[in-house]
Write a protein that binds this ligand. Structure first.
Ligand code: DLL
Length: 431
Protein backbone atom coordinates (compact mmCIF):
# COMPACT_ATOMS: atom_id res chain seq x y z
CA UNK A 1 0.00 0.00 0.00
CA UNK A 2 1.17 3.52 -0.80
CA UNK A 3 -0.01 6.42 1.35
CA UNK A 4 -0.11 9.22 -1.23
CA UNK A 5 0.61 7.89 -4.69
CA UNK A 6 -0.13 11.23 -6.32
CA UNK A 7 3.28 12.37 -5.07
CA UNK A 8 5.09 9.18 -4.11
CA UNK A 9 4.64 7.70 -7.59
CA UNK A 10 4.89 10.90 -9.60
CA UNK A 11 6.51 10.93 -12.99
CA UNK A 12 10.05 12.42 -12.62
CA UNK A 13 9.51 15.23 -15.07
CA UNK A 14 6.37 16.30 -13.28
CA UNK A 15 8.06 15.98 -9.89
CA UNK A 16 10.90 18.23 -11.00
CA UNK A 17 8.39 20.89 -12.07
CA UNK A 18 6.83 20.78 -8.60
CA UNK A 19 10.28 20.92 -7.00
CA UNK A 20 11.40 23.92 -9.06
CA UNK A 21 8.25 25.89 -8.29
CA UNK A 22 8.60 25.17 -4.55
CA UNK A 23 12.34 25.86 -4.56
CA UNK A 24 11.82 29.28 -6.12
CA UNK A 25 9.24 30.15 -3.46
CA UNK A 26 11.51 29.00 -0.65
CA UNK A 27 14.53 30.94 -1.91
CA UNK A 28 12.37 34.04 -2.29
CA UNK A 29 11.11 33.52 1.24
CA UNK A 30 14.47 33.14 2.99
CA UNK A 31 15.99 36.00 0.98
CA UNK A 32 13.24 38.39 1.94
CA UNK A 33 12.63 37.28 5.53
CA UNK A 34 16.00 36.26 6.96
CA UNK A 35 18.82 38.84 6.96
CA UNK A 36 21.38 36.06 7.43
CA UNK A 37 20.39 34.29 4.18
CA UNK A 38 20.06 37.65 2.44
CA UNK A 39 23.66 38.52 3.28
CA UNK A 40 24.99 35.08 2.40
CA UNK A 41 23.32 35.26 -1.01
CA UNK A 42 24.46 38.84 -1.60
CA UNK A 43 28.03 37.81 -0.77
CA UNK A 44 27.80 35.19 -3.51
CA UNK A 45 26.11 37.62 -5.88
CA UNK A 46 22.97 35.44 -6.18
CA UNK A 47 19.44 36.78 -6.31
CA UNK A 48 16.26 34.68 -6.02
CA UNK A 49 15.55 35.41 -9.72
CA UNK A 50 18.75 33.54 -10.68
CA UNK A 51 17.12 30.23 -9.77
CA UNK A 52 15.71 29.20 -13.15
CA UNK A 53 16.32 25.45 -13.14
CA UNK A 54 16.98 22.82 -10.45
CA UNK A 55 20.60 22.90 -11.53
CA UNK A 56 20.85 26.47 -10.24
CA UNK A 57 20.60 25.08 -6.71
CA UNK A 58 24.38 24.90 -6.74
CA UNK A 59 24.57 28.71 -6.94
CA UNK A 60 23.18 28.92 -3.42
CA UNK A 61 25.32 28.95 -0.25
CA UNK A 62 25.52 25.97 2.12
CA UNK A 63 24.13 26.10 5.64
CA UNK A 64 25.62 24.02 8.46
CA UNK A 65 25.00 23.43 12.15
CA UNK A 66 27.31 26.34 12.96
CA UNK A 67 25.02 28.78 11.10
CA UNK A 68 22.14 27.59 13.29
CA UNK A 69 24.21 28.08 16.43
CA UNK A 70 25.29 31.55 15.31
CA UNK A 71 21.62 32.48 14.94
CA UNK A 72 20.50 30.85 18.19
CA UNK A 73 17.68 30.49 18.98
CA UNK A 74 15.22 31.87 16.38
CA UNK A 75 17.38 33.93 14.00
CA UNK A 76 16.69 31.76 10.92
CA UNK A 77 12.90 31.59 11.36
CA UNK A 78 10.98 33.15 8.48
CA UNK A 79 7.74 33.80 10.40
CA UNK A 80 6.95 35.79 13.55
CA UNK A 81 6.74 33.72 16.75
CA UNK A 82 2.97 34.21 16.76
CA UNK A 83 2.85 31.76 13.82
CA UNK A 84 5.15 29.19 15.39
CA UNK A 85 3.14 26.45 17.09
CA UNK A 86 5.97 24.07 18.04
CA UNK A 87 9.64 24.23 18.91
CA UNK A 88 12.02 21.28 18.93
CA UNK A 89 15.72 21.18 19.43
CA UNK A 90 18.54 18.79 18.92
CA UNK A 91 20.97 18.09 21.72
CA UNK A 92 24.35 19.35 20.65
CA UNK A 93 27.31 17.54 22.11
CA UNK A 94 28.92 20.92 22.74
CA UNK A 95 27.55 24.41 23.29
CA UNK A 96 24.02 25.49 22.54
CA UNK A 97 21.50 23.12 20.99
CA UNK A 98 20.08 23.81 17.53
CA UNK A 99 16.51 25.06 17.58
CA UNK A 100 13.82 24.45 14.97
CA UNK A 101 10.26 25.79 14.67
CA UNK A 102 7.05 24.69 12.95
CA UNK A 103 3.92 26.53 11.84
CA UNK A 104 0.57 24.80 11.87
CA UNK A 105 1.05 23.93 8.17
CA UNK A 106 4.51 22.53 8.93
CA UNK A 107 3.02 20.20 11.54
CA UNK A 108 0.45 19.15 8.97
CA UNK A 109 3.17 18.40 6.38
CA UNK A 110 5.19 16.54 8.98
CA UNK A 111 2.23 14.37 10.01
CA UNK A 112 1.65 13.52 6.35
CA UNK A 113 5.28 12.49 5.91
CA UNK A 114 5.22 10.25 8.96
CA UNK A 115 1.96 8.75 7.72
CA UNK A 116 3.85 7.86 4.52
CA UNK A 117 6.71 6.47 6.61
CA UNK A 118 4.47 4.28 8.75
CA UNK A 119 2.63 3.08 5.65
CA UNK A 120 6.02 1.96 4.29
CA UNK A 121 6.04 -0.39 7.32
CA UNK A 122 2.54 -1.65 6.36
CA UNK A 123 0.81 0.30 9.14
CA UNK A 124 -2.94 0.84 8.78
CA UNK A 125 -5.72 2.09 11.02
CA UNK A 126 -6.08 -1.46 12.34
CA UNK A 127 -2.66 -1.26 13.99
CA UNK A 128 -1.55 -0.49 17.53
CA UNK A 129 1.61 1.62 17.38
CA UNK A 130 3.87 1.79 20.41
CA UNK A 131 6.06 4.88 20.27
CA UNK A 132 9.18 4.33 22.35
CA UNK A 133 11.16 7.20 20.82
CA UNK A 134 11.72 9.94 23.37
CA UNK A 135 8.96 12.55 23.62
CA UNK A 136 10.07 16.11 24.30
CA UNK A 137 12.49 18.35 22.49
CA UNK A 138 13.75 15.37 20.46
CA UNK A 139 11.69 15.09 17.26
CA UNK A 140 11.33 11.28 17.34
CA UNK A 141 8.40 10.82 19.75
CA UNK A 142 6.03 13.59 18.70
CA UNK A 143 7.02 13.32 15.02
CA UNK A 144 6.04 9.66 14.71
CA UNK A 145 3.07 10.23 17.01
CA UNK A 146 1.29 12.67 14.68
CA UNK A 147 1.95 10.41 11.69
CA UNK A 148 0.50 7.37 13.45
CA UNK A 149 -2.61 9.36 14.36
CA UNK A 150 -2.87 10.56 10.75
CA UNK A 151 -2.89 6.92 9.61
CA UNK A 152 -5.64 6.32 12.15
CA UNK A 153 -3.74 3.72 14.16
CA UNK A 154 -4.18 3.40 17.94
CA UNK A 155 -1.17 5.15 19.44
CA UNK A 156 0.61 4.26 22.68
CA UNK A 157 2.73 7.34 23.49
CA UNK A 158 4.96 5.55 25.98
CA UNK A 159 8.27 7.34 25.17
CA UNK A 160 11.60 5.63 25.93
CA UNK A 161 12.64 3.76 29.05
CA UNK A 162 11.14 1.37 31.59
CA UNK A 163 11.60 -1.59 29.31
CA UNK A 164 9.76 -4.23 31.38
CA UNK A 165 6.71 -1.99 31.38
CA UNK A 166 7.09 -1.50 27.62
CA UNK A 167 6.98 -5.26 27.19
CA UNK A 168 4.03 -5.68 29.53
CA UNK A 169 1.97 -3.09 27.66
CA UNK A 170 3.09 -4.56 24.37
CA UNK A 171 1.43 -7.82 25.42
CA UNK A 172 -1.63 -6.33 27.12
CA UNK A 173 -2.46 -3.76 24.43
CA UNK A 174 -1.53 -6.01 21.52
CA UNK A 175 1.09 -3.71 19.97
CA UNK A 176 1.65 -4.50 16.30
CA UNK A 177 4.08 -1.74 15.27
CA UNK A 178 7.05 -0.60 17.31
CA UNK A 179 8.79 2.76 16.86
CA UNK A 180 12.17 3.33 18.57
CA UNK A 181 15.89 3.44 17.89
CA UNK A 182 17.33 0.17 16.51
CA UNK A 183 19.57 -0.22 19.56
CA UNK A 184 16.54 0.03 21.82
CA UNK A 185 14.65 -2.50 19.66
CA UNK A 186 17.53 -4.89 20.11
CA UNK A 187 17.45 -4.40 23.86
CA UNK A 188 13.69 -4.91 23.93
CA UNK A 189 14.17 -8.21 22.09
CA UNK A 190 16.56 -9.24 24.82
CA UNK A 191 14.13 -8.33 27.61
CA UNK A 192 11.27 -10.15 25.84
CA UNK A 193 13.48 -13.22 25.67
CA UNK A 194 14.37 -12.95 29.37
CA UNK A 195 10.75 -12.50 30.38
CA UNK A 196 9.88 -15.57 28.27
CA UNK A 197 6.91 -13.82 26.66
CA UNK A 198 7.78 -13.93 22.96
CA UNK A 199 4.70 -16.03 22.20
CA UNK A 200 2.44 -13.28 23.60
CA UNK A 201 3.92 -10.55 21.42
CA UNK A 202 1.94 -9.61 18.29
CA UNK A 203 4.46 -7.26 16.68
CA UNK A 204 4.56 -7.36 12.86
CA UNK A 205 6.79 -4.41 11.98
CA UNK A 206 8.91 -1.61 13.35
CA UNK A 207 10.15 1.81 12.22
CA UNK A 208 13.68 2.24 13.48
CA UNK A 209 16.05 5.15 12.98
CA UNK A 210 17.81 8.14 14.53
CA UNK A 211 21.16 6.32 14.47
CA UNK A 212 23.14 4.23 11.96
CA UNK A 213 22.59 0.48 11.99
CA UNK A 214 23.87 -2.28 9.78
CA UNK A 215 22.12 -4.95 7.71
CA UNK A 216 23.32 -7.58 10.19
CA UNK A 217 21.73 -5.66 13.04
CA UNK A 218 18.52 -5.57 11.03
CA UNK A 219 18.58 -9.36 10.66
CA UNK A 220 19.14 -9.70 14.39
CA UNK A 221 16.18 -7.45 15.24
CA UNK A 222 13.92 -9.10 12.66
CA UNK A 223 14.74 -12.57 13.98
CA UNK A 224 14.49 -11.70 17.67
CA UNK A 225 11.20 -9.85 17.36
CA UNK A 226 9.79 -11.74 14.36
CA UNK A 227 9.05 -8.52 12.45
CA UNK A 228 9.74 -6.48 9.32
CA UNK A 229 12.28 -3.82 10.40
CA UNK A 230 12.11 -0.60 8.39
CA UNK A 231 14.88 1.99 8.46
CA UNK A 232 13.60 5.54 8.80
CA UNK A 233 15.75 8.63 8.52
CA UNK A 234 15.56 12.29 9.32
CA UNK A 235 17.12 15.14 11.19
CA UNK A 236 15.68 17.96 13.26
CA UNK A 237 17.15 20.69 11.08
CA UNK A 238 15.28 19.38 8.03
CA UNK A 239 12.01 18.38 9.79
CA UNK A 240 12.76 15.45 12.13
CA UNK A 241 11.90 11.85 11.17
CA UNK A 242 9.97 11.74 7.88
CA UNK A 243 12.73 12.84 5.50
CA UNK A 244 13.09 9.35 4.01
CA UNK A 245 11.96 5.81 4.68
CA UNK A 246 12.59 2.32 3.41
CA UNK A 247 9.69 0.57 1.73
CA UNK A 248 9.05 -3.15 2.30
CA UNK A 249 11.68 -3.93 -0.41
CA UNK A 250 14.31 -2.76 2.13
CA UNK A 251 16.66 -1.63 -0.60
CA UNK A 252 17.30 2.00 0.23
CA UNK A 253 15.24 4.78 1.77
CA UNK A 254 12.88 6.76 -0.48
CA UNK A 255 13.49 10.48 0.04
CA UNK A 256 10.26 12.47 0.09
CA UNK A 257 11.47 14.64 -2.76
CA UNK A 258 8.31 16.68 -3.10
CA UNK A 259 9.45 18.31 0.18
CA UNK A 260 13.23 17.89 0.26
CA UNK A 261 15.77 18.13 -2.56
CA UNK A 262 18.83 15.96 -1.89
CA UNK A 263 22.37 16.48 -3.20
CA UNK A 264 25.55 14.51 -2.62
CA UNK A 265 28.70 16.57 -2.26
CA UNK A 266 32.36 16.00 -1.67
CA UNK A 267 32.67 16.70 2.08
CA UNK A 268 36.07 18.35 1.61
CA UNK A 269 35.60 20.54 -1.47
CA UNK A 270 31.82 20.99 -1.28
CA UNK A 271 31.52 20.13 -5.00
CA UNK A 272 28.37 18.26 -6.08
CA UNK A 273 29.20 14.66 -7.02
CA UNK A 274 27.77 12.70 -9.97
CA UNK A 275 24.72 10.44 -9.44
CA UNK A 276 25.59 7.28 -7.58
CA UNK A 277 28.72 8.60 -5.80
CA UNK A 278 29.15 8.28 -2.07
CA UNK A 279 29.54 11.54 -0.22
CA UNK A 280 27.89 13.95 2.19
CA UNK A 281 24.15 14.32 1.97
CA UNK A 282 22.79 17.86 1.64
CA UNK A 283 19.12 18.86 1.83
CA UNK A 284 17.10 21.86 0.75
CA UNK A 285 13.61 21.90 2.23
CA UNK A 286 11.09 23.33 -0.22
CA UNK A 287 7.79 23.38 1.66
CA UNK A 288 8.72 24.38 5.22
CA UNK A 289 7.23 27.67 6.43
CA UNK A 290 8.79 28.51 9.80
CA UNK A 291 12.26 27.14 9.30
CA UNK A 292 13.26 26.23 5.75
CA UNK A 293 16.88 25.25 5.16
CA UNK A 294 18.90 25.87 2.03
CA UNK A 295 21.59 23.29 1.17
CA UNK A 296 21.87 22.05 4.76
CA UNK A 297 25.00 19.93 5.23
CA UNK A 298 23.90 16.85 7.15
CA UNK A 299 27.38 15.34 7.64
CA UNK A 300 25.76 11.98 6.87
CA UNK A 301 27.55 9.77 4.38
CA UNK A 302 25.51 7.93 1.76
CA UNK A 303 24.77 7.68 -1.98
CA UNK A 304 21.62 8.09 -4.07
CA UNK A 305 20.01 5.48 -6.27
CA UNK A 306 17.76 6.73 -9.09
CA UNK A 307 16.81 3.24 -10.35
CA UNK A 308 13.16 2.28 -10.36
CA UNK A 309 12.00 0.55 -7.17
CA UNK A 310 9.74 -2.48 -7.37
CA UNK A 311 7.37 -1.01 -4.79
CA UNK A 312 6.13 1.55 -7.35
CA UNK A 313 7.40 4.65 -5.57
CA UNK A 314 9.37 6.85 -7.94
CA UNK A 315 11.17 8.89 -5.31
CA UNK A 316 14.95 8.52 -5.29
CA UNK A 317 16.44 6.16 -2.71
CA UNK A 318 19.33 6.94 -0.39
CA UNK A 319 21.40 3.98 0.73
CA UNK A 320 21.64 3.23 4.42
CA UNK A 321 23.68 5.91 6.15
CA UNK A 322 27.02 4.36 7.07
CA UNK A 323 28.11 7.11 9.43
CA UNK A 324 28.80 10.79 9.67
CA UNK A 325 31.73 12.82 8.54
CA UNK A 326 32.03 13.91 12.14
CA UNK A 327 31.29 10.73 14.16
CA UNK A 328 33.58 8.97 11.80
CA UNK A 329 36.62 8.27 13.95
CA UNK A 330 40.07 8.44 12.50
CA UNK A 331 42.43 5.97 14.13
CA UNK A 332 46.04 6.08 13.04
CA UNK A 333 44.89 7.76 9.86
CA UNK A 334 42.23 5.19 9.05
CA UNK A 335 38.61 6.37 8.78
CA UNK A 336 36.47 4.05 10.87
CA UNK A 337 32.71 3.99 11.16
CA UNK A 338 31.29 2.10 14.15
CA UNK A 339 28.82 0.32 11.83
CA UNK A 340 31.72 -1.32 9.96
CA UNK A 341 32.95 -2.91 13.18
CA UNK A 342 29.38 -3.83 14.08
CA UNK A 343 29.03 -5.74 10.80
CA UNK A 344 32.20 -7.69 11.45
CA UNK A 345 31.02 -8.63 14.95
CA UNK A 346 27.57 -9.70 13.85
CA UNK A 347 28.90 -11.65 10.87
CA UNK A 348 31.20 -13.67 13.11
CA UNK A 349 28.07 -14.48 15.04
CA UNK A 350 29.45 -15.71 18.36
CA UNK A 351 29.15 -12.35 20.05
CA UNK A 352 26.13 -10.38 21.23
CA UNK A 353 25.22 -7.21 19.31
CA UNK A 354 26.33 -4.97 22.17
CA UNK A 355 29.67 -3.29 21.76
CA UNK A 356 31.63 -0.15 22.44
CA UNK A 357 34.78 1.25 20.84
CA UNK A 358 37.29 2.80 23.20
CA UNK A 359 39.81 5.02 21.45
CA UNK A 360 42.80 6.35 23.34
CA UNK A 361 46.22 7.78 22.64
CA UNK A 362 49.49 6.87 24.30
CA UNK A 363 52.27 9.23 23.25
CA UNK A 364 51.50 9.84 19.61
CA UNK A 365 50.03 6.39 19.04
CA UNK A 366 46.26 5.83 18.82
CA UNK A 367 44.87 2.67 20.32
CA UNK A 368 41.55 0.98 19.66
CA UNK A 369 39.82 -1.39 22.06
CA UNK A 370 36.62 -3.09 21.06
CA UNK A 371 34.56 -4.22 24.00
CA UNK A 372 31.96 -6.75 23.00
CA UNK A 373 29.62 -8.95 24.98
CA UNK A 374 29.47 -12.72 24.64
CA UNK A 375 26.77 -14.99 26.00
CA UNK A 376 26.83 -16.13 29.63
CA UNK A 377 27.48 -19.68 28.46
CA UNK A 378 30.39 -18.83 26.24
CA UNK A 379 31.85 -16.56 28.90
CA UNK A 380 31.81 -19.12 31.72
CA UNK A 381 32.49 -22.24 29.62
CA UNK A 382 35.56 -21.54 27.63
CA UNK A 383 38.23 -19.19 28.72
CA UNK A 384 40.56 -20.66 26.12
CA UNK A 385 37.91 -20.40 23.40
CA UNK A 386 37.47 -16.76 24.25
CA UNK A 387 41.07 -16.00 23.40
CA UNK A 388 40.64 -17.68 20.03
CA UNK A 389 37.50 -15.68 19.40
CA UNK A 390 39.26 -12.45 20.35
CA UNK A 391 42.00 -13.24 17.86
CA UNK A 392 39.52 -14.09 15.10
CA UNK A 393 37.67 -10.81 15.58
CA UNK A 394 40.89 -8.77 15.70
CA UNK A 395 42.10 -10.46 12.53
CA UNK A 396 38.85 -9.85 10.68
CA UNK A 397 38.70 -6.17 11.69
CA UNK A 398 42.28 -5.76 10.59
CA UNK A 399 41.73 -7.42 7.23
CA UNK A 400 38.49 -5.57 6.43
CA UNK A 401 39.15 -2.14 7.90
CA UNK A 402 42.94 -2.09 7.87
CA UNK A 403 43.15 -1.23 11.54
CA UNK A 404 44.49 -3.32 14.39
CA UNK A 405 42.81 -3.25 17.75
CA UNK A 406 42.54 -5.12 21.02
CA UNK A 407 39.34 -7.08 21.47
CA UNK A 408 37.96 -7.50 24.94
CA UNK A 409 35.12 -9.97 25.32
CA UNK A 410 33.01 -9.07 28.30
CA UNK A 411 30.18 -10.62 30.29
CA UNK A 412 26.57 -10.08 29.32
CA UNK A 413 25.14 -6.72 30.48
CA UNK A 414 28.55 -5.08 30.86
CA UNK A 415 27.98 -2.52 28.09
CA UNK A 416 25.46 0.16 29.10
CA UNK A 417 22.10 -0.31 27.31
CA UNK A 418 20.50 2.58 25.50
CA UNK A 419 16.90 3.71 25.49
CA UNK A 420 17.68 6.28 22.82
CA UNK A 421 20.68 6.66 20.58
CA UNK A 422 23.47 4.25 21.56
CA UNK A 423 26.86 5.61 22.50
CA UNK A 424 29.15 3.42 20.44
CA UNK A 425 32.39 5.35 20.74
CA UNK A 426 34.28 6.54 23.78
CA UNK A 427 37.08 8.72 22.52
CA UNK A 428 39.55 9.45 25.30
CA UNK A 429 42.06 11.20 23.07
CA UNK A 430 42.43 14.92 23.64
CA UNK A 431 42.41 15.86 19.97
O1 DLL B 1 17.33 11.55 14.92
C1 DLL B 1 15.31 12.33 13.84
C2 DLL B 1 14.78 10.95 13.82
C3 DLL B 1 13.99 10.51 14.85
C4 DLL B 1 15.05 10.11 12.74
C5 DLL B 1 13.44 9.23 14.82
C6 DLL B 1 14.51 8.82 12.69
C7 DLL B 1 13.72 8.40 13.74
P1 DLL B 1 18.43 14.33 15.19
O2 DLL B 1 18.41 14.04 16.64
O3 DLL B 1 18.54 15.74 14.72
O4 DLL B 1 17.12 13.79 14.49
O5 DLL B 1 19.62 13.48 14.57
C8 DLL B 1 19.84 13.46 13.19
O6 DLL B 1 20.73 11.21 13.31
O7 DLL B 1 21.89 13.47 10.80
C9 DLL B 1 21.92 11.08 11.29
O8 DLL B 1 23.28 11.25 11.59
C10 DLL B 1 21.26 10.26 12.40
N1 DLL B 1 20.18 9.44 11.84
C11 DLL B 1 18.85 9.67 11.86
N2 DLL B 1 18.19 8.64 11.27
C12 DLL B 1 19.13 7.75 10.85
C13 DLL B 1 19.10 6.50 10.18
C14 DLL B 1 16.69 12.49 14.48
N3 DLL B 1 17.97 5.89 9.83
C15 DLL B 1 20.99 12.54 12.85
N4 DLL B 1 20.29 5.91 9.90
C16 DLL B 1 21.18 12.40 11.37
C17 DLL B 1 21.46 6.50 10.24
C18 DLL B 1 20.40 8.28 11.21
N5 DLL B 1 21.55 7.65 10.89
Amino acid sequence: MIWNDKYECMDREELEKVQLERLKQTVERVYNKVPYYHNLMDERGVKPGDIKTLNDLKLLPFIAKKDLRDNYPFGLFTVPMSEVVRIHSSSGTTGKPTVVGYTRNDIDTWSELLARTLTCANTTKEDVVQIAYGYGLFTGGLGVHYGAERVGASVIPISGGNTQRQVMLMQDFGTTVLACTPSYALFMGEVIQEMGVKKDIKLKSGVFGAEPWSQSMRREIENNLGILAIDIYGLSEVIGPGVSSECPMQEGLHIFEDHFIPEIIDPVTGDPLPAGSRGELVFTSITKEAFPVIRYRTRDITSLNYEKCECGRTMVRMNKVTGRTDDMIIIRGVNVFPTQIESVLLDIGETEPHYQLIVDRKGSMDSLEVWVEVSEKLFSDKVKGLEDLERTIAHKIDSILGISGKIKLVEPKTIPRSEGKAQRVIDRRKL
